[in-house]
Design a protein around this ligand. Structure first.
Ligand code: GDP
Ligand code: CA
Length: 320
C-alpha cells in the first residue's frame, strides 16, 4: 500500500484541503477541486454509512463514486461505471434473486476486490487504496472509518430500514422520521484522517446530502472535534433554488427538523463552518444568512468539466 496515507510516523505531505464527501456531490466537488489544485494538495475523507454487504460483496457506494469520478469512468446516474454490463445481475435474476440493487459487472469486480482484501484481514483503507491506485487516481482517499458505521432510516410509519434498502430498493420514496448511524459511537477514524484534518489549511464540506452523507462522517468520534478546531471550514451547498438537484436532500433535511433552503444547510453545520458557498440562483440568501458565517454566491453546478474547471478556479482564487 501507499505510504503517503499511513499514520503520523510515515512520510506524509500535508494536504491543503481535506474534502468531506458523500457520493455524487462529493465526487463532483473532488473533481472540481482537482482541476485547480495539485493532486497532493487534496485529500478526500469519504462516507462509509452507505456501505453494506450485498450479493455477498462489500459495497462502498460513496467511496466508489468518488474513485470512479476521479478516474473519469463514472456511470451516468451518479453510481457505478460507465458502459457497464449487467450479465451477473441478469443471471442472478434467472436464479430467482431480487436485483433491485443494480451492480454492474465491472462495479461488482471492484466490490469483489474490496471483499477479498477485507476477508484477508485488510482494512477498508487498504482496500480503497488498492482500488484507487489500480484505477490510477492520484488523489488520496480515506474512508471516514475502517470500522462499521451503518446509516439506518426510520420511516414515518415506524419501520427501520438499512440505508440501501431505503435509498435504492425503495427509491427514497418513504417519508423519514429519524436517521441513526449505527456503530459510529464506537468507530475510530481511519488512520490518517485526524492527521489530515489537523494539518490541512482548509476543510471543505462537499455539496453532499448533509444528514445522509456528511453527518455520518462527523459522527465518528474525533472527526467533528478536529473539524471544529479549524480556522476555515467551507461548506458547498447541495441546493439550487432551495432544492436538491437529485435525491432526497431537501426532504430529509426537513424531516430532521432543519429549516428549508440554505438556512437548513447552515443549521446542519451549525458551529462547524466559517464559510458557505451557495449557487447564484440563491444569491438573495446572502442578505439573510450572512453574519455568523461568510456566504459566497457562485455557479455551484459542477457536472460538466467546464463547470468543474470554472468552479475550481473560483475556489482557488477565493480560498487559496
Ligand atoms: P450520493 O451519496 O451519491 O447520494 O450523493 P451526495 O450525498 O454526495 O450528494 C447528493 C447531493 O449532491 C444532492 O443533494 C445534489 O443536489 C448535490 N449535487 C449533485 N451534483 C451537484 C453539483 O454539481 N453541484 C452541487 N452544488 N451540488 C450537487
Ligand atoms: Ca451516498
Amino acid at each position: 500500500m501507499n505510504d503517503a496515507i499511513q499514520g503520523p510516523n510515515s512520510s506524509y505531505s500535508n494536504p491543503f484541503a481535506v474534502l468531506l464527501a458523500g457520493g455524487v456531490g462529493g465526487a463532483r466537488a473532488a473533481r472540481a477541486l482537482s482541476t485547480a489544485f495539485r493532486d497532493d494538495e487534496i485529500l478526500v475523507v469519504g462516507n462509509v454509512g452507505d456501505d453494506d454487504l450485498i450479493y455477498g460483496v462489500h459495497v462502498s457506494a460513496d467511496l466508489d463514486t468518488v474513485v470512479y469520478t476521479l478516474a473519469g469512468i463514472e456511470g451516468p446516474h451518479g453510481w457505478g461505471i460507465e458502459n457497464d454490463t449487467f450479465t451477473v445481475m441478469d443471471h442472478l435474476a434467472d436464479l430467482g434473486i431480487a436485483t433491485t440493487f443494480r451492480l454492474g459487472d465491472r462495479d461488482l469486480a471492484t466490490c469483489l476486490v474490496r471483499t477479498r482484501e477485507l476477508d484477508a484481514g485488510g482494512s477498508l483503507t487498504d482496500a480503497t487504496e488498492m482500488i484507487r491506485s489500480a484505477l490510477h487516481v492520484p488523489i488520496r482517499i480515506l474512508p471516514a472509518s475502517d470500522d462499521e458505521v451503518r446509516t439506518r432510516i426510520k420511516t414515518a410509519r415506524g419501520e427501520w430500514l438499512a440505508f440501501q434498502e431505503y435509498f435504492v430498493t425503495r427509491g427514497h420514496a418513504d417519508d423519514v422520521s429519524d436517521i441513526v448511524y449505527v456503530g459510529a459511537d464506537r468507530a475510530e477514524p481511519a488512520p490518517g484522517v485526524i492527521e489530515a484534518i489537523e494539518s490541512a489549511n482548509i476543510i471543505v464540506i462537499a455539496p453532499s446530502n448533509p444528514p445522509l452523507s456528511i453527518h455520518p462522517i462527523l459522527a465518528v468520534p474525533g472527526i467533528r472535534r478536529a473539524v471544529e478546531a479549524k480556522d476555515r471550514v467551507v461548506a458547498i451547498s447541495p441546493l439550487f433554488d432551495g432544492k436538491a438537484l437529485k435525491g432526497p436532500a431537501d426532504r430529509v433535511m426537513a424531516a430532521m427538523g432543519l429549516p428549508p433552503g440554505n438556512a437548513g444547510v447552515l443549521a446542519a453545520y451549525d458551529g462547524l463552518i466559517t464559510d458557505l458557498v451557495i449557487d447564484l440562483a440563491d444569491a438573495s440568501d446572502i442578505n439573510t444568512l450572512s453574519g455568523a458565517v461568510q456566504v459566497h454566491a457562485t455557479g455551484t453546478l459542477v457536472r460538466s468539466s467546464e463547470q468543474a474547471e470554472r468552479f475550481g478556479r473560483w475556489f482557488w482564487e477565493t480560498f487559496r
